[in-house]
Design a protein around this ligand. Structure first.
Ligand code: M6R
Length: 612
């Protein structure tokens, strides 16, 4: 949700903090602020709206100093306003705090602190933190670190905190519980950040802070300890990706760049997991024997990752014969799903920090289940709390609307389903070979679709203006319909609904008229639902719906029904969703572009949803 950065070293802090916030802005963009300490004062600047507003303010009123903290906000408690923006300060202005997460017991802490004479300026939960620290110092805490510890011991909820003390001139502090926070290690300078891309251009080694840990950063070193004061020797990790991976690379938006990256990412996943002898290696540490004995899988995730889970369920149950269910993590955590310890839980997450997905993992662990994550971010909470992980290896996904992470999650499920089916003997080596041959055609087919973007752009521009649109698909492409509709909603702000085409007659058919664009995913090779889908498209035509059809090369049937046809290469039905969704991503992209929205940072959204 929010993004946190911090710096201590010998350089001017403000430009470094602003640069970090620019790279974190995708996490929240309601307001931004920094605090820098210098010459016995904590000086701060904060502005409502995009970071550019803060940058303009800092040009007029520069803030000097070589240590500081910064924040970009996605509002939870209190509207986006200057007073609610971070950093928040203690009454005496000597302590500044930036925070990502939610302090659940803030109301009672605020009452207590008000009773002790503290004055609150904002509506935020965060503001209790500097006041608690200030109070701990008043009550006799021997050091800043001890006061911070005392404050942390009072907090319930989730936090990634950056803390600056006026009177502790050589240190920046940070702490983590339930919200992501990393420490970047430089030469005579150190950093904190919500994620690696924020500081990737400055460091090559990081410490992933664990829940319940805090750290004191000086220019020449970092000391990590638990909140209750035990010194910890942290694991220092090399960063796997390059600074360029988090840049636009000449594309007009991150989303367009990330759509274009998909063929390369899919190829790389195939190269990593398909061995020269045609066998599959997951490299996850779960043994073939484990999968042989497995009889139930539960997939939990949110948003786009949930759609990938729906696709995974269809493939896994079809190829392996294992009973597979899927659920939204936000629903799963409040259900009573009767899961036994033998059930494998598969959380799917790009960021690895989604609060509901994490809560589902913790719940399933308490039942004794094994957790096998599909995740993109090394060192993330999902990865750390799971028994094994299949990494989607997409590099940083910066566009708020997920694209490359989705197709990589689909590829992960395809490889996983084929692997499980082959170790269980559900697939003969010959059949496996056949499937892998078909799977290898997918990256080129996705590339082909992307090359047709100019044609897709014309269709997107033609249909961008209506109030609503309907996406229809069946079987493997029912999740594709949901994902296409989600992309459209997220970035073009046009209401869109994804539906299983067979359900159309049970309600949504009432919506169809000459102004409703109906996007029909109707690709075919040997799929038994193609004919059914065709009938559904004809039902739309009979009611004068504006059909946009995604069809396979060589299909002349659908071209008779509409001018707006997106022709995609014919790949095996099971794998067609990876190809078809690329067309829908581009369709949404160009509709949004025609509507003039902020594609990489759609209104109200945040890239990683770390609160419930
Ligand atoms: O990081 P995660 O994959 O766990 O995130 C899940 C959803 O929040 C995410 O997919 C969201 O729906 C995206 N904005 C979709 O484009």
């Amino acid at each position: 949700m929010c993004g946190v950065v911090g710096y201590i070293g010998n350089k001017e802090a403000a430009p470094i903090l602003i640069d970090g916030l620019q790279r974190l802005e995708y996490r929240g963009y309601d307001s931004a602020g920094i605090a820098v300490s210098c010459g016995g004062k904590v000086v701060f600047g904060k502005e409502v709206g995009r970071l550019a507003n803060l940058e303009r303010e800092l040009e007029k009123n520069p803030i000097a100093g070589t240590r500081g903290i910064g924040h970009t906000r996605w509002a939870t408690h209190g509207a986006p306003s200057q007073v609610n923006s971070h950093p928040h300060l203690s009454s005496d202005g000597a302590i500044a705090v930036v925070h990502n997460g939610i302090i659940e017991n803030y109301a009672e802490l605020r009452d207590e602190l008000t009773g002790q004479g503290h004055k609150f300026l904002s509506e935020t939960d965060t503001e209790v933190v500097p006041h608690l620290i200030e109070q701990a110092l008043k009550d006799g805490a021997a050091s800043s670190a001890e006061a911070l510890r005392s404050a942390l011991s009072r907090l319930r909820g989730a936090y990634a905190l950056g803390v600056l003390f006026r009177d502790d001139p050589d240190t920046v502090y940070c702490a983590r519980l339930g919200s992501p926070l990393i420490i970047g290690l430089g030469e005579n300078e150190n950093f904190i950040a919500s994620d690696v891309p924020a500081i990737i251009n400055r460091i090559s080694e990081v410490i992933y802070l664990n829940d319940g840990e805090m750290a004191a950063l000086r220019a020449d070193g970092v000391e990590v300890s638990t909140i209750d004061g035990r010194i910890v020797t942290p694991e220092v990790k090399k960063i796997e990706f390059k600074a360029e991976d988090a840049e636009h690379a000449g594309f007009e938006t991150f989303m367009l760049k990330e759509i274009h990256e998909q063929p390369r990412i899919l190829r790389a996943l195939l190269a990593k997991h398909v061995m020269a002898d045609g066998t599959l290696e997951l490299g996850t540490g779960l043994s073939p024997d484990y999968f042989r004995k497995l009889n139930r899988i539960m997939i939990v995730s949110c948003g786009t990752a949930y759609h990938a889970g729906m696709y995974g369920k269809l493939l896994l149950e079809n190829l392996t014969g294992i009973a597979v269910e899927t659920d939204l993590a936000s629903e799963f955590r409040y259900r009573d799903p009767k899961i036994d310890p033998g059930t494998l839980i598969i959380p799917v997450s790009q960021s690895g920090e989604t609060a509901d997905t994490l809560a589902s993992i913790r719940m399933a662990k308490s039942w004794g289940c094994k957790i096998f994550a599909i995740c993109n971010v090394e060192g993330s909470s999902v990865v750390r709390e799971s028994d094994a992980t299949f990494f989607t290896n997409c590099g940083p996904e910066i566009g708020v609307a997920s694209t490359k992470a989705y197709t990589a999650q689909q590829m992960a499920f395809a490889l996983l389903a084929l692997y499980i089916a082959s170790v269980r003997g559900d697939l003969t080596p010959e059949k496996l070979k056949e499937y892998l041959k078909a799977l290898r055609e997918v990256p080129d087919a996705v590339h082909y679709v992307i090359q047709k973007k100019a044609e897709i752009q014309l269709i997107g521009e033609k249909h961008h203006d209506g109030p609503s649109s309907l996406y229809l698909g069946r079987r493997y492409n029912y999740p594709t319909a949901l994902e296409g509709a989600l992309k459209n909603k997220e970035i073009s702000y046009q209401h869109a609904e994804g539906y299983a085409a067979g359900e159309m007659k049970h309600g949504p058919i009432a919506l169809i008229n000459e102004s409703l664009p109906v996007i029909c995913i109707c690709t075919k090779t040997a799929d038994e639902v193609y004919e059914k889908m065709l009938s559904n498209v004809k039902e739309v035509e009979a009611r004068s719906g504006r059909i946009i059809a995604v069809v396979s090369e060589g299909d002349t049937e659908l071209a008779k029904l509409t001018d707006d046809v997106i022709i995609v290469p014919a790949v095996r039905d099971e794998f067609s969703p990876m190809v078809n969704v690329a067309a829908l991503q581009l369709l949404a992209y160009y509709a949004a572009r025609a509507r003039g929205t902020d594609i990489d940072k759609p209104r109200n959204l945040a890239k990683s949803v770390t609160v419930e």
